[in-house]
Ligand binder design. Sequence first.
Ligand code: ADP
Ligand code: MG
Length: 717
Amino acid sequence: MEKITLNLEGLGCASCAAKIETRTKGISGVDNVILDFSRSKLTFETSGQDTDSAILEIKNIVNALEPDVVVSVRDNHIRDNHVRDTANDDHHNHTSFVKNSVGHNKKNLIRLSLSLVLFAVGILGKNFPYVEITALAIAYVLSGHKVLYKSYRNILRGEVFDENFLMSLATFGAIAIGEYPEAVAVMIFYEIGEYFQDLAVNRSKHAISSLLDIRPDEATVLRNSFWMTVSPEDIQVDEIIIVKPGERIPLDGIIVDGGSNLDTSALTGESIPEYFALGDAVLSGSVVVNGILKLKVTSVYAESTVARILSLVENATSNKAPTENFITKFARYYTPVVVFFALGLVFVPSFILGFENFNTWLYRGLIFLVISCPCALVVSVPLGFFSGIGNASKHGILVKGSNYLEALSQIDTIVFDKTGTLTEGAFEVYQTHLPDGVVDDYVLLEMATLAEYHSNHPIAKSIIQFSNHQVNLDDIQSLEEISGKGVIVRSKKGIIVAGNKSLMQDQGISIPDIQSPYTHIYIALDGIYIGAFDIRDKVKQDALQTITALKALGYRVLMLTGDRKEAAGVVAKSLGIEDVFSELLPEDKYKKVTSLMTSGANVAFVGDGINDAPVLASANIGISMGAIGSDAAIEASDIVLMTDEPSKIPQAIQISKITKKIVTQNIIFALGTKILIMILGTVGLSSMWMAIFADVGVALIAVLNSTRVLRYKPKTF
Ligand code: ADP
Ligand code: MG
């Protein structure tokens, strides 16, 4: 199995794109074909089939449909550098594409303006037959020669539903019945519409890709006491790199010298630069604002934050939203059906009513041909979703696919994990409890440290920090971490159990009842309770506004936690959450979310990814928090919030809703206009002029409407 990505440089026709995709799917041994129109790339996998011959076959398909498109392989088979390569190619192709299209554009603009002038001359000169005919004929050929040529070539290949062919046919028909100005107008406005549509699509493609362009070009590394510039992939862990003001940090690292404000907006959407100093960990993709940093590299490029984000974004468009899939399917049937109706309209009435009015019915049928391309939908719908993903990423919200963006707009219930999600997850020991006459403070701290030493849970870390105790790690013999409960450690000092009430009960250890609204962690040595810690956590600064906003928007908000009831109650109360479920094990959270979904709720689960992976994966939408450094969370969730802020959730929801709204508007508007024109055309109330508006005018408006998604600014709370 090999995954290949092809660049289809210059792919401008969306319905051709859909055809290319369908036909590529038909090649045997080629699977998982995804054509990403907004980024002009085609991805597929081969199994059993020779890759080169598959590529050749695809080239033939593309060539047949869109001969101007240049096909090139993106993936250079270099696995490790995969991300870098694609990004590089992207950049390269992008610039060359823009350059090409600038020259191209100018020529087109001149050609079309000249056609328009001649068209005007033709109309004004209608009292001078030679002037009229000559001017119109030149205008027709000038504006339409490309369309005519393409349709000639495609019809030789048997492409009867090709949009160029249908457009040529429509204008020939108009000429045949003596409607010369109509024929010319259809051709000119078709080309003008296409021109502006291309322009708009390219603009937004450019805007989105520059938004996502966080790829560093090079890195300056210290080798043999010289600074040298190399590409980021060539740098090893522990090497020292230097980053100067204005430069993007190429690799994740730790500051070993210097300090600077860093602009992390490309990663987090956070526009206010923050100061980073000696010893701080910094992430690739951030931009150094004012200082000079020397960094010790902590991961190779392929595992860096930038590479991970890029590969995530690269793959995002592979997950198409149901609406996109619907449009693709719809497009496949739309053209043949409309052409079929056109034929019916031309011949059926004439057979029934006689052929005296054949020209009238022919004209009406031609109107159908003019609107037989589903271009407006095929271009604007994917563009809308991709703009939504781009907009979200600008706000530090990574959406792994249009399907998730669409699903987010449909949720009605939001389930929050407590620790690390609504609270900081930075615990703090508030006080200790020491029963009389068992052990002293010193022993309690020692046992607690031995027990928690190897645990990654934030509670464990807070206990270690509080105890500040030197222990002999050789004393630890074995350890068992019971998710959602605590840890059991066999040590040379005895069996230590550290965890919540439920763990103590499981172990048959009797504990006193502690009255305080905190999290209690009990410590037992060889079955005897020796003390406890009161631990507290701070609610995140924007948690209250977020919950209030979500409730005001009509969402049902729940909180699930493994923590004890009292501690959960305090947090829930301060946030105004009524539905609280506490003392849950990770599998209980999973069951709770599943049962909500079974009862018909559309659930988003928001977690910190530490032990929530199963729930994140099972909810309708899994949203992980502050995942900027964590692979596990990126893997398990559908939407990744780059910062720790819950307030990104209402922002993500707003972006998903506006995307869905604009996409729906486009579908209704485009289809509505076309159906209206077809009805009017059938009864003789519409002209080819109106039809050409319903075709390219509508497409242009839909594309421009889609670009609003990218400019949309979600409200902050
Ligand atoms: P949450 O659902 O709030 O994220 P967890 O599922 O991570 O909480 O943990 C639930 C409870 O299990 C904690 O409140 C704590 O009482 C206990 N616990 C989990 N891990 C540990 C540990 N390493 N040491 C002590 N107690 C732990
Ligand atoms: Mg948790």
